[in-house]
Design a protein around this ligand. Structure first.
Ligand SMILES: N[C@@H](CCC(=O)N[C@@H](CS)C(=O)NCC(=O)O)C(=O)O
Length: 240
């Protein structure tokens, strides 16, 4: 049963969620975009990579997320319930707070279709593009075969999404012929594809049009900025 009663007591100044994120990491923005679209309040705490004072590999953060990666959320309307893994977080938000099914669905079958695409995002899009970025920009040696493999796989997934968005009855959305959390889940990683040399606008024009449509939405646009508390402007308690 969805629970909306607690939302009322939270404001922008006293937000319902704390979202631990990173200012370049797509997985945190996925969550911010959904929260903003649903009108749920949150403050973003931008962490750093590594084990520095504001890092993800600190006892404070690893106590919240033993995997030491963003995103993680704390739901202050639900006894400071802590959750990590972006798709698990998105599903929790949908099931508990998307009471009008704006990005979720009523039937088990429709829910399963949304989940199918969100899991494909988490297991197909994110890791391939993430590894392509790693081998292109951060790996200490140049390993051409790895760069080619992950860039090709990213292009393959982009091709599948291009086809999915182009099919009859899609209305230009990934699933159910309307916007769902599956669209939000895919958006942010594609925004980084240019960093591995993929020009979405020319190579995948249907994906490009869909991205522009999503980015024009007020909630998505707000979430993409990283929300209310840019790095350095929030007191990060307990991270030292
Ligand atoms: N499967 C995880 C992936 C989380 C993840 O890899 N997050 C990246 C940023 S987008 C991160 O925290 N990287 C830090 C690191 O690798 O140490 C999810 O979807 O939440």
């Amino acid at each position: 049963m969805a629970d909306t009663a607690a939302i009322q007591t939270f404001t922008e100044e006293n937000p319902q969620f704390t979202l631990y994120s990173h200012d370049t990491g797509p997985n945190g923005f996925k969550v911010a975009e959904l929260l903003s679209e649903l009108g749920l309040t949150y403050k973003t705490v931008f962490l750093d990579f590594g084990n520095g004072p504001n890092g993800m590999k600190t006892p404070f953060f690893e106590n919240l997320n033993p995997n030491g990666r963003i995103p993680a959320i704390v739901d202050h309307a639900n006894g400071d319930f802590v959750l990590w893994e972006s798709i698990a977080i998105i599903l929790y938000i949908l099931k508990k707070y998307d009471t009008e099914y704006k990005f979720w669905a009523k039937s088990i079958e429709d829910q399963a279709l949304i989940e199918q695409w969100m899991l494909y995002q988490a297991t197909g899009q994110g890791p391939y593009l993430g590894q392509a970025m790693w081998f292109t920009h951060y790996h200490p040696e140049k390993v051409q075969s790895a760069m080619t493999r992950y860039t090709d796989e990213t292009r393959r997934v982009l091709g599948i999404v291009e086809k999915q968005l182009s099919r009859e009855g899609s209305n230009g959305w990934i699933v159910l012929g309307r916007i769902t959390a599956a669209d939000i889940s895919f958006l942010h990683w594609w925004c980084l594809a240019f960093r591995i040399g993929i020009e979405i606008e020319t190579e995948f024009p249907v994906v490009h049009a869909w991205m522009e449509k999503l980015k024009a939405r007020e909630g998505v646009a707000k979430g993409m900025t990283g929300a209310q508390f840019p790095k350095g402007e929030v007191e990060i308690k307990g991270l030292n």
